[in-house]
Design a binder for this molecule. Structure first.
Ligand SMILES: NC(=O)c1ccc[n+]([C@@H]2O[C@H](COP(=O)([O-])OP(=O)(O)OC[C@H]3O[C@@H](n4cnc5c(N)ncnc54)[C@H](O)[C@@H]3O)[C@@H](O)[C@H]2O)c1
Length: 258
């Protein structure tokens, strides 16, 4: 077990990639703190983990509200022990032409994806600093490496997550806190499924043409499974990555190589 004795918080843990990371961390022996705006979804994942013999609890928390983030982190530490790993997965995404992007949509993307990561990184660093030990993992995206049409707000937020990651890696390396990002391509989760129709509109395609088109752009010829993101998170959280910080690791099947 690679994470035995660790206590790991995962935001957005009620769905998709966050849920996969919570399950995988529990399999690797970590006690898992699931944080999500949707408590019922997180409760479902906690029940699965507990049934499989793992240790997990969840708290409702909106990452855009700093007081909620701090309160959840404090309650989680009281119940589960000192947090040594924090993964920021909570996120939202919209594909829409730039001139249709309203201020409200821009604010939603930046608030959840970037300001939320900022609040959560502060909560994590604050708690890890006294112990001089911790690993923070931020979910960026291949859209944090390469811009895409009809995706300006999302790309801006995910480029920002990489800047945040590199800055914190520099600032806290000497205090034993490593900070890395994962940049997946297409991961079949509720987020991605919701966007297929918008993607088809953007490219002038039928929705059923989207998947084969996208697969043709991926050298490995398939999408990334949520569990593959979770395995990367286990690596970055564990001792095997003791010399890895400030990195933004592509999980794109070769579609992005920089
Ligand atoms: N699915 C993909 O193809 C893909 C690719 C690259 C990056 N990502 C990133 O990975 C992360 C997870 O994506 P996913 O596909 O699992 O999405 P998802 O929609 O399946 O899950 C996102 C979770 O975040 C939670 N959430 C949303 N807003 C929140 C808020 N304000 N406060 C707390 N929780 C909130 C939701 O309730 C949900 O449980 C996101 O940051 C996303 O941008 C996803």
């Amino acid at each position: 077990m690679k994470l035995k004795g660790e206590v790991a918080a995962v935001t957005g843990a009620g769905s998709g990639i966050g849920a996969a990371i919570a399950r995988e961390f529990a399999l690797e022996g970590a006690a898992v703190v699931l944080l999500d705006a949707k408590l019922d979804a997180a409760q479902g994942v906690v029940a699965e983990i507990t049934k499989a013999g793992g240790r997990a609890q969840c708290w409702a928390m909106n990452v855009t509200r700093q007081a909620e983030v701090e309160a959840a982190a404090t309650a989680a530490e009281a119940a589960m022990g000192p947090l040594s790993i924090w993964v920021n997965c909570a996120g939202v995404s919209r594909i829409l032409p730039f001139l249709e992007c309203t201020e409200a949509t821009w604010d939603l993307m930046l608030d959840v994806n970037l300001k939320g990561a900022f609040f959560c990184c502060q909560a994590a660093v604050r708690r890890m600093l006294p112990r001089k030990r911790g690993a923070i993992i931020n979910l960026s995206s291949q859209s944090g490496k390469v811009g895409a049409s009809a995706y300006a707000a999302y790309c801006a937020s995910k480029f920002g997550v990489i800047g945040l990651t590199q800055s914190l890696a520099q600032e806290f390396a000497a205090q034993g806190i490593r900070v890395n990002a994962i940049c997946p391509g297409i991961v079949p989760t509720p987020m991605w499924e919701q966007q297929t129709v918008d993607y088809a509109r953007k490219r002038g395609m039928k929705p059923e043409e989207v998947r084969p088109y996208l697969l043709s752009k991926i050298p490995l010829g398939r999408v990334c499974e949520p569990r593959e993101v979770a395995r990367m998170a286990v690596f970055l959280a564990g001792d095997g990555a003791a010399y890895v910080t400030g990195q933004a690791i592509n999980l794109t099947g070769g579609a992005v190589m920089d």
